[in-house]
Design a protein around this ligand. Structure first.
Ligand SMILES: CC(C)(COP(=O)(O)OP(=O)(O)OC[C@H]1O[C@@H](n2cnc3c(N)ncnc32)[C@H](O)[C@@H]1OP(=O)(O)O)[C@@H](O)C(=O)NCCC(=O)NCCS
Length: 414
């Protein structure tokens, strides 16, 4: 079966996480991704957080599946000539270097358009144009500058970053959408275009509901936040602990075994429509007739008391037992699943969301497959390439003969 992006060639200049997540997605959709890496060095993540000495790290292998690797020194004259050929040969170029790095190599957007007017040139940067445009940015910097950290954490605690890589992988995802949109427009216009995505913008986009709350705050307290009605609201949307953020109250409560298992918890949403079943199952049928409890408005000022009563019940059940009992009652809930549990979850293996691949140096490793499922474009997750594994192959596809490839190796261009 053919794949959605078959025939699309991607010149992948990305490194670390944000850019590589984008090009890995495009590769899963069938694009031919040529990852350009510095000779002898490669993407820095190959050597970062290594769990096996001298073997490409999981950081690298889990973000660079289904790509081909060519080493190329884009700063040498010979390397620049090969790079120019690659620009002619490809449809999309993706990079996430520090601001200005490609211009310093001599490949400005104007120059790239001269070489290939159909080229789509996509970049991730930390910030868009403005006071911080020249700054280097990593994941947690983006979480802090995009509004996630100021709105995450305990009510009276410090700002917190989240384990979800919303700055890096989140922006990679945004960029991938920009790229396929530009490819679609190119079908009509015949022209490439510049696609840029700032990590600050990507994080803020994911924190949209918090900017919503910022504006609501000017019209009164945020009644679904745990600060209401007893705490104080300041001038900015506050941290809300584990409150649900939607119109239905939710919280994380302890389950059986919490004393020794750090993940023995479940998230419970006390949705109004399912409140009767929830009240009955936790042994609070009395709430159903009591005007102090039987409307969402009456419960709002005492949500902490309500969740502590729910917790008395959940502490008698494992998180999976609680899930099995609450779901048929239409109470939305979710056990706190550990990475160990997710890695072992059979249903995720069956859908290709968790995939085991084999690597010639590392052996078998787990990776997260494509979370986006297309019915007409199957995904075969393939291991990441070794550094320069496809240099000869790609050079010959560009039209270089064996002697020229040998010469390029001799002068250090590849
Ligand atoms: C991630 C980041 C902070 C890393 O910074 P860094 O390790 O200092 O790496 P840089 O991007 O500055 O690139 C290093 C240099 O290698 C050079 N280089 C990269 N590939 C090369 C190649 N194949 N041949 C020759 N030189 C190469 C670059 O041109 C750059 O040189 P310069 O500083 O002389 O311009 C930075 O790239 C960045 O801010 N990127 C944008 C935001 C982003 O994506 N952040 C998240 C990363 S997960």
């Amino acid at each position: 079966m053919s794949k959605a992006l078959e025939g699309v060639k991607i010149l992948d200049m990305t490194h670390v996480q944000s850019g590589p997540t984008c090009t890995q997605l495009l590769a899963w959709f069938g694009a031919d991704v040529l990852k350009v890496e510095r000779p002898g060095v490669g993407d820095a993540t190959r050597g970062q957080l290594q769990d096996i000495p001298d073997v490409d790290s999981l950081y690298f292998t889990m973000l660079n599946g289904n790509k081909r690797s060519i080493t190329l020194n884009t700063k040498s004259d010979e390397g620049k000539a090969i790079f120019t050929k690659l620009i002619e040969h490809c449809d999309v170029m993706v990079e996430n270097f520090a601001p200005g790095a490609l211009d310093r190599m001599g490949f400005s957007w104007e120059r790239i358009q001269e070489i290939n007017p159909r080229m789509i040139y996509a970049s991730v940067k930390g910030f868009g144009p403005g006071p911080y445009e020249d700054c280097k940015v990593y994941e947690n910097v983006a979480q802090c500058t995009g509004g996630a950290a100021s709105t995450t954490g305990e009510l009276d605690g410090m700002p917190l970053v989240t384990g979800a890589q919303i700055g890096d992988s989140g922006t990679g995802l945004h960029l991938a959408l920009g790229i396929v949109t530009a490819l679609y427009q190119r079908n009509q216009s015949g022209r490439g275009q510049r696609v840029t995505c700032a990590m600050q913008d990507g994080v803020l986009n994911l924190c949209r509901v918090k900017l919503r709350d910022q504006q609501r705050l000017t019209h009164g307290p945020l009644t679904e936040y745990p600060q209401y009605p007893n705490g104080e609201f300041g001038e900015a949307a506050p941290r809300a602990g584990n409150a649900s953020g939607g119109g239905q109250p939710g919280w994380i409560v302890k389950c059986k075994g919490w004393e020794t298992d750090p993940d023995a918890y479940i998230y419970v949403i006390a949705q109004a429509a399912a409140f009767e079943g929830l009240a009955k199952v936790i042994g609070h049928e009395d709430w159903l007739e009591d005007p102090e409890w039987n409307t969402p408005k009456a419960r709002l000022p005492k949500l902490d008391h309500m969740f502590s009563e729910i917790e008395k019940w959940t502490m008698t059940k494992t998180k999976f037992e609680a899930m099995d009992i609450l779901n048929p009652l239409n109470v939305p809930c979710g056990p706190i699943l550990s990475m160990k549990e997710l890695a072992e979850e059979e249903s995720l293996r069956e859908t290709g969301t968790v995939v085991e691949v084999d690597h010639p140096e590392r052996g078998k490793y787990l990776t997260v497959g494509n979370p986006i499922k297309l019915s007409d474009s199957p995904v075969d997750v393939v291991r990441s390439p070794l550094l320069g594994e496809h240099t000869d192959e790609i050079m010959s596809e560009l039209g270089y003969g064996a002697d020229e490839i040998a010469a390029a190796k001799n002068n250090g261009a590849v």
